[in-house]
Design a protein around this ligand. Sequence first.
Ligand code: TXA
Ligand code: MG
Length: 356
Amino acid sequence: METQIIKIDLLHIDPQIIVKAVKLILADKVVAFPTETVYGLGANVFSENAVKKIFEAKNRPADNPLIVHIASREMLTDLVNTIPQNVYALIDKFWPGPLTILFEKSSKVPSIVTAGLSTIAIRYPSHPVAQALIETAKVPIAAPSANASGRPSPTTAEHVYMDLKGRIPLIIDAGPTQVGVESTVIDVNRDPPLILRPGGVTLEQLRVFLPTIQVYEKERNGVDLEQHPPTPGLKYRHYAPKAQVILFEGISEKMGSSIKSFLEKELANNVRLGLIHTQPKIIYPAHIHGNRNLIYYPLGNVDHPEIIAKGIFKALRDLDSQLVEMILVEGISEAAEGLAIMNRLRKAASKIIHIE
Ligand code: TXA
Ligand code: MG
């Protein structure tokens, strides 16, 4: 199958491009499209045959459910049985935007979408191209991130092409995405409400509406939950580039010396390394910084996690394409977008070095 990439102008969305994509969607094909978080791989939610193609193209395990995208609140009607009272304020505040909410699934939705679960994850994206696509198709669109399963999520059309070339007919290219990490997935039917996956809407923002909300974390919640993760996506290795990711986290004052000695040892063995730099206080000496085997990758500044979020998946992919064997990352605080960034990095990491 040939994969076509069509560029679209965000300020003047060409309806012909949208119609072309919608024709594919309504003919049970899959289409990659931009959202404000990452690119998605979409199919008509009501067609089991179409949704099956998402799993095939991505090589996604069948027990990992998809997020359903809507472009109006009315679209909820066919997807869910009830709308819990505590959801309205959240919808008012965060939709359209990077917040995915779990609902009780309607029987109109084929079970392949939710991997047989009785809940359905729904979000209303703010990206104008995503909205135009869903509005024109007049059906909600089921869409996971448009990467090959296990790889970093795609924040550009090129990333999608790299992973899914030959496996999907069309990619709509609207340039790099704004948020850079995926949506926050929450379950408000639990008490306390739970963040199943941190993302573009922060814990701090959600606490204003749900003061008791907790973040699901394997490490902290013990064995029981670990064997029965509340979101199937948690079971799988994720976001991983081909290179080994070594994540440094903990006290930032001591992080510099720890990374420097790690680097010195590896560089002495001629290992080709990438270094994702986020801490302005860490300064590397010339023999490290200028080493021809080190690719130094400055990625914003800890004080602006939203900028780091925007570039983190691209950084992993860029360093991979430069054929490094290892990627060292200066970890950041979990405040604001930092929570989502560290969550993705921990999943991508093959080794985490805690600095105490
Ligand atoms: O920003 C995003 O959310 C992007 C864009 C394309 O919208 N989509 C995305 O989808 O990241 P995906 O499939 O890569 O991640 C969906 C996550 C997975 O961890 C999945 O397990 C979880 O949401 N999920 C989906 N339905 C669920 C359900 N019914 N119960 C629990 N978790 C669910
Ligand atoms: Mg994904």
